[in-house]
Design a binder for this molecule. Sequence first.
Ligand SMILES: *Cc1c(COP(=O)(O)O)cnc(C)c1O
Length: 383
Amino acid sequence: MTSITPVTTIPVMKPWLGEEEASAAAAAVQSGWVAQGPRVAQFETEFAASVGASHAVAVSSCTSALHLGLVVAGIGPGDEVVVPSLSFIATTNAVRYVGATPVFADIDTATANLTSDTIGRVLTDRTRAVIVVHQGGMPADIRSIRELLAGRDILLFEDAACAAGSAAWDQPVGQGSDLAAWSFHPRKLLTTGEGGMLTTEREDWAVALRRLREHGMDMSAAARHAAGSRVVLESYLEVGYNYRMTDIQAAVGLVQLGKLPAMVDRRRAVVAAYRERLAGVEGLVPVTEPDWARSNYQSFWVLLDDAWPHSRNETLQLLADRGVQARRGIMAAHLEPAYREFADLELPATVALSARSLILPVFHSITDDEIDRVVTALIEART
Ligand SMILES: *Cc1c(COP(=O)(O)O)cnc(C)c1O
């Protein structure tokens, strides 16, 4: 009898979920209150504290957070919103949802982020907002971007989908932000299955966001419930949305939030190991972490430069053949059919990075042996 050694595939990402999340979700179910309720409120309070934000408003996803953020800021038809093309497509789609015009800016190849320079090149009299993505969890240089926008009537909206737990200048990403959007999709660190959050310093926006996520109602379902036997009638002040998070999700989120610092530490250790072991491999250029930044490494990507002998897609296949599930690097929205009218834009760094980068497996439970296998697979692919 021949025996075949099963080679398990190393996934690019695996959420760190366990018994604690399962029993927190079960407790929410058993409480009878499964829609937005007390656990969502508590998750908002604790998330705001972890970011150092004055207000946090939970929603159904980061995509809905980006949409509601643009709605609350009054951005609409005729307005231009600067976005990176190099991002998950939801960043750009949100601009379209409100009827505004996306204006694509290029990125810095070292970090995959917008910079004050690339943004400065595309500002016009019609620019009303800039959505800055902390790509893959790597903090963007918000300080210099704030300086660029100072004194202009332009909203700086942070797409922090990937960045829960990242820090810049020793402060959490998102601290002091007028508006930041967060994702709790399983491809990020902290997950609630699906889910998102908006954080803001502006109380008027927090109030409006709470209303907009719940059909524009002047009173939340939780508040009506709290009124007990007193009859209260809600009214609908504007056209809103159903973008609520459930209490089951928030219960999971509360447990995950407690684990976030450990998740970040582990991911940083994994990336440090990759950096050390890949330093001598010609043709691989890993993402740069500026000295003021502390990434959560939601994604650890490497650029394949001219010294690398294969195309990116061939490289992905060579890794897959060795049981390593890497992923193509971050996409470029302007090259997708949905945005075909922008296909000829000159965005050289965006095009280079989206064509020649790949994301390596990083997750909480990855073992030293698995890190070894990824490194070996890359070295074998090189030869
Ligand atoms: C994942 C992601 C989103 C979308 O998040 P969802 O919660 O899945 O809607 C938006 N922007 C960026 C940069 C992302 O990485």
